[in-house]
Design a protein around this ligand. Structure first.
Ligand SMILES: [Cu+2]
Length: 315
């Protein structure tokens, strides 16, 4: 007797084991946690509004995968078990046209799916765009070619103006905001159309000149649920230096934010002028605020050389 022949059963067992092992490697080698897998590639957000959008995304993908599994299953089932066999004499397999119940099914089911997706999209959209009558903080965002200005109505500097931060070609403007408070953003442009975009908010909105005349809802609200520095960009092509129109959101805990506003409403004894954003943050660093969180300059992006006659290593 020679070597016993491998039975189909053990071969199937080996294939099963290899497939299971490959699946395990695929899941573990990517280093995804359960939560990350359910994100299906959706990036991390820092607002409850971003979490709402993530939920919609997760369940939409789950629904799509269920539909996909049914369709793939039917394709494999048909191609595996309904192949043309030897001895089949008919030119065509059995036909199913004019099957009214089946045709009703393939019309009604997709319509129901579209309605369900539409419903949850509308619910998520209205929760993301919801506005409170009395937000805790208001900020007037002014976009211009090619920078940003952030003013805080309701605050006053010793010069009698609202606290205000404006970017220059050598300084990225810092939009300092509190965590865990409702913030209202009032957007306005002084020239062309820009777009206020903070990727970590998962939200952007066009910034128009004369928003009322242009019938544009120029405000939105959100709450930031973690401290940190988040890059902001202009997301509407607005001219030569559009790509350089960056800013940084600096989200500070409410007590740090209050301290920041308190400083900005005072005169800096060293300069005799109201504290600038950078000066106020430097003072707060001295008072124990984290070096990154209270950095006087942007940490997520840096100014670009706007002098086109300069040639640097990167072009
Ligand atoms: Cu712009």
């Amino acid at each position: 007797m020679g070597v016993p022949e491998r039975t189909p059963r053990t071969r199937r067992g080996r294939v099963g084991k290899t497939a299971a092992l490959a699946g395990l490697v695929a899941v573990t080698a990517t280093g995804c946690s359960g939560e990350e897998i359910l994100r299906f590639g959706w990036p991390d957000g820092v607002t409850p509004q971003a979490d709402d959008m993530r939920m919609l995304w997760t369940w939409t993908v789950v629904a799509a995968l269920i539909v996909g599994a049914i369709v793939w299953g039917l394709i494999f089932w048909s191609s595996a078990f309904h192949r043309k066999k030897k001895g089949d004499t008919e030119a065509l397999p059995r036909q199913f046209q004019y099957n009214v119940p089946l045709e009703l099914f393939v019309v009604v089911v997709p319509v129901i799916m579209v309605c369900v997706l539409f419903f949850f999209t509308a619910v998520t959209e209205s929760s993301v765009l919801a506005e409170e009558d009395e937000p805790d903080v208001e900020v007037d965002v002014t976009a211009f070619q090619w920078n940003w200005e952030f003013a805080y109505p309701g605050t006053t500097t010793p010069e009698g103006e609202p606290v205000n931060t404006v970017g220059t070609s050598s300084e990225i403007p810092l939009l300092v905001l509190p965590t865990d408070r409702t913030i209202e953003y009032n957007l306005r442009s002084t020239d062309v159309i820009h777009s206020f975009w903070v990727p970590a908010f998962h939200f952007k909105r066009d910034v128009l000149p004369h928003p009322d005349k242009n019938n544009q809802d120029s405000t939105f609200q959100n709450t930031i649920d973690q401290e940190g520095a988040f890059v902001g960009r202009c997301a509407e092509l607005c001219g030569s230096y559009h790509a350089m129109m960056n800013f940084e959101v600096r989200a500070l805990s409410p007590d740090k934010y209050d301290r920041y506003m308190q400083l900005r409403s005072q005169v800096n004894p060293d300069t005799g002028l109201p504290y600038t954003a950078a000066e106020a943050l430097t003072v707060m660093q001295g008072e124990g605020c984290d070096e990154q969180l209270c950095s006087p300059t942007a940490t997520t992006t840096s100014p670009f050389a706007t002098d086109r006659t300069l040639r640097t290593g990167s072009g």
